[in-house]
Write a protein that binds this ligand. Structure first.
Ligand SMILES: [Zn+2]
Length: 72
């Protein structure tokens, strides 16, 4: 938990992809799900479960708010 906060420092989390953040993914209950950027704030599910999304390209942890994408 505390390690996460330390890694949250400005400038530490970067996406190496071009363009940045081609896609987001997260693991929910052992299953990989897609995520979408959510500038208005993370979805209740994300906040409730304390999920973190990472880049599908380079694996960097997504530092902004996001939501789990609806399942097609
Ligand atoms: Zn990336």
């Amino acid at each position: 938990m505390f390690f996460k906060w330390r890694s949250f420092r400005r400038g530490v989390v970067t996406c190496a992809c071009e363009p940045e953040w081609p896609g987001l993914r997260a693991v929910v209950d052992g299953h990989e799900v897609a995520g979408v950027p959510s500038p208005e704030g993370s979805s209740p599910l994300v906040l409730m479960l304390g999920l973190s999304a990472s880049c599908t390209g380079c694996g960097a942890e997504y530092p902004y708010t996001w939501a789990v994408a609806p399942r097609g």
